[in-house]
Design a protein around this ligand. Structure first.
Ligand code: 13P
Length: 258
């Protein structure tokens, strides 16, 4: 049984005050929807304030990154232990981190391990660039990214994968539901090969890249897609609420694979 999940990745947006306003605008509406997992991923500095605001609600909290060491002389970094105290989820391996901060498969693998070690649920992002897509290398690239990120990891406890084609992020040019479903099916197939059928059946895999209230249904209605990782549209309370509401109406609790 895979429960749909909609996560909002606020990226490097909102001051603490703005984060508080945004959460206040959607808190009640989101809390009412109980058959979809809703995860807000504000910037680090707003985690504590958002956590207070959603206390007692069904809304969950995630960070956007972490460092793989637990503590020490790593100026400016945030450790898994610090996050485990504050939130339940953490985005790892976002393409913006791979692209602008040189995160390699090896680093991402260490981060996934570090998150799992403290009981955080990683939202592991993978996806191909435009060039790779045009060269017909999508399958090859996501397979390689998935395998290197999960190297040496035997238990996927709570891990979530997000397929985010780089060319669809922040461009307004989303993949089609069919394209995303196909690649996500391939990711699931890889999980079957790396682990087993049950683990693949239970793993939640999201689509991300220019998801809005206008196109969310196209993704949510696909059998392999378990939800969305939403960037820009998650910064607008009405938009995000609409995506979650549509997901609840279309999918709720469901099981795709017998
Ligand atoms: P957009 O929804 O703004 O395209 O961003 C997607 C994303 O990168 C979510 O992690």
């Amino acid at each position: 049984m895979r429960v749909s999940l909609i996560a909002g990745n606020w990226k490097m947006n909102t001051t603490v005050a703005e984060a508080v306003t945004l959460v206040s605008e959607m808190r009640l509406g989101l809390d009412e929807i109980d058959n979809v997992d809703k995860v807000l991923c504000p910037p680090f500095i707003s985690l504590a304030a958002v956590r207070e605001l959603i206390k007692g609600s069904s809304i969950k909290l995630g960070a956007q990154n972490l460092y793989f060491e637990e503590q020490g002389a790593y100026t400016g970094e945030i450790s898994p232990l610090m996050l485990a105290d504050l939130c339940q989820f953490v985005i790892i391996g976002h393409s913006e981190r791979r692209q602008y901060f040189n995160e390699t498969g090896k680093i991402i693998n260490k981060k996934v391990q570090a998150a799992l070690r403290v009981g955080l649920k990683p939202i592991l992002c993978i996806g191909e660039s435009l060039k790779e897509n045009e060269a017909g290398k999508t399958g090859e690239v996501v397979t390689e990214q998935l395998r290197s990120s999960l190297a040496g990891i035997n238990e996927l406890d709570g891990l979530i994968v997000a397929y985010e084609p780089v060319w669809a992020i922040g461009t307004g040019r989303a993949a089609t539901g069919k394209q995303a479903n196909e690649t996500i099916g391939l990711i699931r197939h890889n999980i079957t090969e790396l682990y087993d059928k049950e683990i693949a059946r239970d793993l939640r895999i999201l689509y991300g890249g220019s998801v809005t209230s206008a196109n969310a249904a196209e993704f949510i209605s696909q059998p392999e897609i378990d939800g969305a990782l939403v960037g820009g549209a998650s910064l607008k309370a009405k938009e995000f609420l609409s995506i979650v509401t549509q997901t609840s109406a279309m999918r709720g609790h469901f099981s795709h694979i017998d």
